[in-house]
Ligand binder design. Sequence first.
Ligand SMILES: [Zn+2]
Length: 244
Amino acid sequence: MYQKQIEQLIVLQEVDDEILELTSEIEQAPKELTDLEEQMGEFEERRTQIDEKMSILKEQKKKLSFEIEEDAGKIKKSKNKLMLVGNTKEYHAMMREMDSLEKLNRMRDDEQEAVREELVRQDEATQALNDEMSGVQEQYDALKTTLDERLDKANKKLETLVRKRKKACKAVPPPILGRYEFIRERMEHPVIVPVSEGVCAGCNIMIPPQAYNDLQKGQQILSCPNCQRLIYWQAHVQPAAEQQ
Ligand SMILES: [Zn+2]
């Protein structure tokens, strides 16, 4: 009787651990999907930012091209007129104006080069982001298609476990079952632990010799005086392990 109760309590604990794991898997699975959705939302945001930056840069590039062309036209016109100028003062003034226009255009060239380089960098960033996004999208699609399957399987297994649990519960007297549930709800797992060489595996503390003697008699289910977990003598369940 005692032996059978201990065995069933151990089964119960195993089943409960499995149920716990399964339940958290069932709860967790849809969350994985939402996490990926969030990640994709962040990617979209980053892409919008890059796109905005790119359109500003392109606008800047266009403006610079226009200005360069415009001033180059002015310079060309001035050069043609230069031949016709009779007075030195006017000639120098025109030369100065051409110089400053040329200088301006050289600066614009440099600026345009910097814009071009920045555009290349943003292009690369877009490419990297696209790669990352398609990776996450793939992950998302795969997860979504398997999610229902996984949940179905988990739920079926859960049903089996619940049946197994009921069966194990029947073999345990209600007061002990009550103690088991009480401990399970309030303490860190496990609930039922072996005692080997007088030491409780739950709290690693030596139980008093009298309690150890009672435990070895195997007549009633005891609790560890220190941590209150249900205890059993290791040798009752695994005789070989105790001898080692
Ligand atoms: Zn203990």
